[in-house]
Structure formats: C-alpha cells, structure tokens
Design a protein around this ligand. Structure first.
Ligand code: DC
Length: 211
C-alpha cells in the first residue's frame, strides 16, 4: 500500500502522514527533508542554491545520513530547498531514491507513506491513495509562527506570512513538478480542522476507496 500526500508548507501533511503510517504499519518518508538536505549541503559549501551545477552535484552526493542533520528544520533550509527543488537535474537525481523507498520500504514494512509536493503526480503516480492537503495561507502562516515561537525562535508574523507566500509561489510556478493536486487526489482543506479531525477525514476517504 502506498499513500501519497502532497500540499503546501504547514498544511498539516507531516502530522497526517506520520499518523497514517503508524495506523497502517507503513514506513514514512518526508521528501521535503531530502530537498532541505541538498539545499543545506550547497549553503554549507558556500554555494548558490539557484545554480544547477552546484545543486545537482550535491543531490547526486546525498547520503541517507544527511537527512539526520540538525539544521534541516530551519527557515534557511526551507528557502534553500525551495530553490534547489526548482532545478530539473536535482529532481531527477532524487527520484530513484524516493521510488525505491516506496517500492521497497525499510524494515520490512508492507508499504509506505510519502509526503511532499509531487508524490501523487510524479514520484508515485500509481499510489493506492492520494491526498492533497491544503489550508488558507493565513492559517498556515499562523501555525508556522506558533511553531517557531514554541521552539523559542524569534519570529515576526508578517515576515512568516510573506515568506510562506513567496515559497508557495515558487513551488507552484516552477515548470518541473510544480505543486498541484493529482487529478485523482482527495483534497483535504485543514483550515478549520485540528489534527484529529484531519486524520479522521483521511481515514474515512481511505476506507471508502481502498478495498
Ligand atoms: O515540505 P517542506 O517544507 O519540508 O519542503 C521544502 C521545500 O522542498 C519546498 O519548498 C519545496 C521542496 N519540495 C519539493 O519540491 N518536492 C517535494 N516532493 C518535497 C519538497
């Protein structure tokens, strides 16, 4: 069983993906982390994440342990990820790793949940279940703002909202694998839902659509 979850930042994909993976006994891959690791590898080497040659080299050199780096949740990593992810050669280099995880999940799991931007459209177009999780940008920025504050980090509300809009625009407008729902995806708007309600809605959809 493969569950593909796509959607913009802070829509609730990660929380939902983890809960579904636990519920069904599936492996979980946060594909955003892969792009963040490539972006930070470029930044750490003082490179420009917009430059194809540098970013493609970092993507080809990526090792599984790079996904454990401590700084991948930072805004700097999110920004670098959004830039390297617009480069076709980077996406191509990371495709095999993601597909292998979906087909042969680690630790003998009987399937996988992958979340990202193009899982249902490009990485796993034959996924058994496709969810597209969204929420209004103001709601997503508010969630992100609270999360940063809870982690003790400085955050300015207007800045978080502006960054979120900029990243949405970049992820949606890029010519390769833009952020868009697969035609057969179930669209789940979490603007008015908490994590439990989003989980219940996803389970309801899966029960109705997966033998
Ligand atoms: O989900 P996230 O915020 O960790 O993703 C960081 C960036 O990586 C996001 O701005 C777009 C990119 N990304 C992508 O292009 N394709 C994916 N499957 C996952 C993430």
């Amino acid at each position: 069983m493969i569950i593909a979850i796509d959607g913009p930042a802070a829509a609730g994909k990660g929380t939902l993906a983890r809960r579904l993976a636990k519920h069904f006994g599936l492996a979980y891959l946060d594909t955003g982390l892969i792009y963040r690791a490539v972006g930070m590898a470029v930044v750490r080497a003082d490179g420009d994440p917009n430059r194809p040659e540098t970013a493609e080299k970092a993507a080809r050199a990526l090792k599984p342990e790079d996904l454990e780096a401590q700084d991948l949740r930072s805004d700097a990593a999110a920004d670098a990820a959004s830039r390297v992810s617009a480069i076709p050669g980077v996406r191509q280099a990371l495709l095999a790793f993601q597909r292998k995880f979906a087909k042969n999940p680690p630790k003998g799991a009987k399937g996988a949940v992958l979340d990202g931007r193009d899982i249902g459209t490009v990485v796993c177009p034959d996924a058994d279940i496709k969810l597209f999780v969204t929420a209004r940008v103001e709601v997503r920025a508010e969630r992100r703002f609270k999360e940063l504050r809870e982690r003790g980090l400085e955050a300015i509300h207007g800045r978080v909202l502006a960054d979120m809009k900029e990243r949405d625009a970049r992820d949606s407008a890029r010519p390769v694998s833009p952020l868009e729902p697969a035609k057969d995806a179930y669209q789940l708007d979490t603007s008015e839902l908490d994590a439990d309600q989003a989980f219940a809605a996803a389970l309801g959809f899966i029960a109705a659509n997966h033998g």
